[in-house]
Write a new protein. Structure first.
Length: 184
């Protein structure tokens, strides 16, 4: 589980639904001294509390619809219709390989991978010298997610109810850029 270089780190959070992966990502974003870029997803619920879909939210506050229950044309994941266009509007501008930055991607999942451009950009940022904290499903998800899961330059961390409180500080410390040394 080694990293490609000391300047870029890749950490993949995984675990069953509801274990706290998104909460860990959001807390890490708050703890990073230089900040971070990226996005997270959250459930959309109706007035009765029933889950009706998912939203994508950038760390700088832009919001979009990732998926919703209901009829319509386009890609589907289970009972959800994926809104590729709205997802791309929010997420794609954030997926750049800025050296020295930390990129948070919640998540690399089946719904997000309905966007071919998302897949291409995730491939690019994983090839660049960018530190990444991403979430992936515990199992399955398709060929692209398996490729990410098997990366030798990424450390996979299982999020559990027991470790999710301590993880944000530990991960922020690993991902924080080292101070630049002045030439002597």
């Amino acid at each position: 589980m080694g990293f490609r270089s000391s300047s870029s780190k890749r950490i993949l959070l995984t675990g069953p639904p509801g274990c706290g992966k998104t909460t860990v990502v959001r807390k890490v974003a708050d703890l990073l001294p230089g900040g971070a870029s990226g996005f997270y997803t959250e459930e959309a619920r109706d007035e009765r509390g029933q889950r009706i879909g998912f939203r994508v939210i950038s760390l700088d506050g832009k919001r979009g619809e990732l998926a919703r229950k209901g009829p319509g044309p386009g890609p589907r994941v289970g009972s959800y219709l994926v809104n590729v266009k709205d997802f791309e509007r929010v997420a794609l501008p954030l997926l750049s390989a800025e050296a020295g930055g930390v990129l948070l991607i919640d998540e690399i999942g089946k719904m997000e991978c309905c966007s071919e451009e998302f897949v291409r950009r995730v491939e690019k940022v994983f090839e660049a010298e960018t530190s990444i904290l991403a979430t992936i499903p515990l199992r399955g998800g398709g060929d692209f997610i398996e490729t990410i899961r098997r990366r030798r330059d990424a450390e996979t961390v299982l999020v559990t109810r027991e470790n999710r409180e301590a993880l944000p500080e530990q991960l922020a410390a690993k991902l924080s850029p080292l101070p630049k040394r002045e030439p002597s």
